[in-house]
Design a protein around this ligand. Structure first.
Ligand code: FAD
Length: 417
């Protein structure tokens, strides 16, 4: 259904009684060919690509809360493909290409805004390291530029270029195709498109255990019903190790909280995504005018989806260090999400040693940008029983063999190396 501006206003006055739901409120069937646990970006994208790419439509996504209530709706929406190491470089660039066609593919505007991302360098050595990263990106067909101090100043004059700056800026690495997207829209777009293919999206349905036939997993216990499955895919982000343990898997994953902040709205100031190359601070400006920014990870393990005062102080210090002009802005909201951290900072997409169980997790700080590629490759892995060539390096086995992809959290701080 199409809505005119008048209809939108009329509906607002009538209490939203005439909206068409964008996906069905499905009740669980007794069994499915594939069950996906976790209705975040990754689970929904996987369900969509199972149907779209592999014709597997007898699929349900089981979500304990509501679609968009997890990290997919809590992140700072930075999308980039500025990775250094083999495996990551190709995977994240593939993801970027999927982002570039996502609104058309889903017929849903995810507001992908390729405004460019800049990471400041604060020493000659750091700028040299950025040069190496940019060369590797370019050799892999990814756009990258190195900017000198004057070029950075022209692009982002509001940073501290004064003689007394605590962190003098030497230059920057810039990816013009990087940017942001509307995170809720990504969840809704995949949910709607999966639903249109016949996928059941079942909210308020927590998976509490696994049903086995011998060694094989053949279904799940939930807070609603027992549901049978040909195959089960796990895409529960910060709760990966909790569910993994229930299935008999000890995973090399720890859960930590990552926090984000939004300020009161101001006139357009920050036209790119800007990251401090020396401290834990990165920022973009929302369409409403608020500065959306994030910082570092809480140092201890936690499942608490909330912020804390200590991190406000740490991030505010880093913000004012490079961008003193925002020192008097008020923070409006502040929240947290639970990150599934792996030892090498890279994710896991693979079949598991447990027959019938497939794993997607360990996204650390950086899983939002991976959403489409993750869904694409995980769907391939579930459908064929084999890793997709682009995610083959993201095996669980690598922690045993030592073939890790050590990119330091591949998130806001990969560039601090
Ligand atoms: P989620 O949305 O968390 O989905 C997992 C779902 O599983 C949840 O909805 C949860 O309710 C459900 N679930 C859990 N247990 C069960 C169960 N037992 N039964 C049923 N359902 C269950 N990434 C970027 O690329 N760029 C960024 O700028 C960025 N910034 C971030 C900033 C913050 C503050 C945070 C918190 C994260 C950030 N991330 C960023 C990381 C990114 O958000 C995550 O890596 C990614 O969203 C994780 O995948 P997901 O969307 O599937 O997770």
């Amino acid at each position: 259904m199409r809505y005119s501006g008048f209809t939108v206003i009329a509906q607002a006055l009538k209490g939203h009684t005439g909206w068409q739901p964008v996906w069905r409120d499905a009740s669980p069937k007794s069994a499915y060919d594939v069950l996906i646990i976790g209705g975040g970006g990754h689970g929904l994208a996987t369900a969509f690509y199972l149907a779209e790419n592999h014709g597997i439509r007898n699929v349900a996504v089981l979500e304990k809360g509501y679609v968009g209530g997890g990290n997919v709706g809590r992140n700072t929406t930075v999308i980039r493909s500025n990775y250094l190491l083999d495996g990551n470089t190709q995977f994240y660039e593939f993801s970027m290409k999927l982002w570039e066609g996502m609104s058309q593919a889903l017929n849903f505007n995810v507001m992908f805004s390729q405004r460019g991302m800049l990471i400041t360098a604060h020493s000659a050595d750091q700028l040299y390291g950025f040069g190496r990263r940019a060369n590797i990106m370019r050799l892999n067909g990814v756009d990258a530029d190195i900017l000198d101090r004057d070029e950075v100043r022209r692009l982002v004059p509001y940073l501290d270029f004064s003689e007394t700056a605590r962190s003098p800026i030497h230059g920057a690495i810039f990816q013009g195709r990087a940017g942001t997207a509307r995170h809720d829209a990504v969840a809704w777009g995949y949910a709607r498109a999966a639903d249109a293919h016949g996928v059941d999206i079942i909210q308020g349905c927590e998976v509490t255990g696994f049903v086995r036939d011998g060694e094989r997993i053949v279904g799940v216990e939930t807070t609603r019903d027992r549901i049978g499955a040909g195959k089960v895919g796990l895409a529960v982000a910060g709760h990966t190790s909790v569910l993994g343990r229930k299935a008999g898997l000890e995973l090399p994953i720890e859960s930590h909280v990552l926090q984000a902040f939004v300020t009161e709205p101001i006139k357009p100031l920050v036209h790119h995504v800007v990251a401090h190359g020396k401290e834990h601070f990165y920022v973009s400006q929302s369409d409403k005018g608020g500065l959306v920014f994030g910082g570092g990870l809480d140092g201890y393990n936690s499942y608490a989806q909330r912020g804390n005062l200590g991190m406000i102080r740490e991030v505010a210090e880093a913000a004012v260090d490079v961008m003193p002009c925002i020192s008097r802005l008020r923070i409006l909201r502040h929240w947290g999400g639970v990150m599934d951290m792996t030892p090498d900072g890279s994710p896991i997409i693979c079949p598991t040693p447990v027959d019938g169980l497939y794993l997607n997790g360990g996204w650390c700080y950086g899983g939002f940008k991976a959403t489409p590629a993750s869904g694409w490759c995980f769907a391939h892995t579930i459908a064929t029983g084999k890793p997709h060539p682009l995610s083959a390096a993201y095996s669980l086995d690598r922690f045993r063999t030592g073939r890790t992809i050590d990119e330091a959290g591949v998130g806001p701080f990969a560039w601090l190396q």
